[in-house]
Design a protein around this ligand. Structure first.
Ligand SMILES: [Zn+2]
Length: 250
C-alpha cells in the first residue's frame, strides 16, 4: 500500500552501509519507522530529507506494517538550528519528547504542528529557549489529554483570578491558598504563571508562546512545565540531560 504524507524526522539510525532507519512523525499516520534505503550515499537525492528535523513530502510503501521510503521532497530542513548548541540541544529534546507522546496511527496533526512551530521558534529566536521549552512541554501534555486545570480551586471551586495558587504536579489541578493545607504538596505559583499555563494550553497552536512574563515567573513556569511533562511521560529523556548541560555553557 502506498501513502503520501508530510512528515518530520525525529531520529535517524544508520542501517547497513548506506541506509537509515528513520523515526518520522507524520500528518495522518502518527509516528512511524521508515526504512530509507541508500540515503547515506552522497549521491542520494533524498539525503537531506533523511536527516533529523527534516520536514518533507514523503511517498511511502507499506507492507505488513513496515514503511519504506520511495520518494521525498524537502519542505524545510531547519538546518540552521545546528549552528547554536543550546538551540540544537533543545530541538533534540523536543523531538525525543514528541516521539514519546506521539502514537502510531494517530490522525491528529497537533503534535506535528506543535513541533514545527517550536522548531521555527528556535530557529528564528521567536521567544527565549526557556519559554519555547516550557510551552512545548505543557502543550504536548495538554494535546495528549493532560490539560492542567488552573481556572479555579479544585477544593472549594472559587475562581482563582489574580490570586496565587498551589499547583499539584501529579493531579494537574490548582488549589487556592485557603484550601492548600488540606491538599498536601504542590508548587506555589503566582497568577501570572497560571495565566501563562492557560495561554499555552488553550490558545491557537500558532500563538502558544505569544505571551509576556517576568523573569522570576519565567523560571517558575519552566520548573512546573518540565515536572508536569515528565510526570506524564513517566520516563526520563537523555536529550534533556544534554540540553541542561548545554544550558550551563556560556
Ligand atoms: Zn479553595
Amino acid at each position: 500500500m502506498r501513502h503520501k504524507v508530510k512528515g518530520i524526522v525525529l531520529r535517524e539510525i544508520p542501517k547497513g552501509e548506506t541506509s537509515k532507519l528513520l523515526t518520522v512523525l507524520t500528518a495522518g499516520l502518527g509516528v512511524i519507522t521508515v526504512n530509507a534505503k541508500g540515503v547515506r550515499k552522497l549521491t542520494s537525492p533524498y539525503l537531506k530529507c533523511a536527516q533529523t528535523f527534516a520536514f518533507s513530502d514523503l511517498l511511502l510503501y507499506e507492507k505488513n506494517g513496515f514503511f519504506t521510503l520511495t520518494e521525498s521532497a524537502l519542505i524545510e530542513d531547519f538546518y540552521s538550528i545546528r549552528e547554536d548548541i543550546k538551540g540544537y540541544s533543545l530541538a533534540c529534546y523536543l523531538c525525543e519528547a514528541a516521539s514519546a507522546f506521539a502514537v502510531p496511527g494517530d490522525e491528529s496533526v497537533n503534535i506535528l504542528r506543535l513541533l514545527l512551530n517550536s522548531l521555527y521558534a528556535i530557529e528564528n529566536s521567536i521567544a527565549s529557549l526557556k519559554i519555547i521549552k516550557a510551552g512545548f512541554e505543557l502543550r504536548i501534555s495538554a494535546e495528549c489529554g493532560f490539560l492542567p486545570e488552573v481556572d479555579s480551586c479544585a477544593e472549594c471551586g472559587d475562581e482563582l483570578g489574580d490570586r496565587d495558587f498551589i499547583f499539584g504536579i501529579y493531579d494537574g489541578v490548582a488549589v487556592c491558598r485557603g484550601c492548600a493545607n488540606r491538599e498536601g504538596n504542590g508548587i506555589l505559583l503566582p497568577s501570572a504563571v497560571g495565566k501563562a499555563i492557560k495561554h499555552i494550553t488553550e490558545s491557537e497552536l500558532s500563538r502558544f508562546i505569544s505571551f509576556r512574563i517576568g523573569e522570576g515567573e519565567q523560571a517558575l513556569l519552566a520548573e512546573v512545565a518540565e515536572k508536569y511533562m515528565l510526570s506524564r511521560a513517566e520516563r526520563g529523556f537523555k536529550t534533556l540531560s544534554f540540553y541542561k548541560h548545554c544550558e550551563e555553557l556560556q
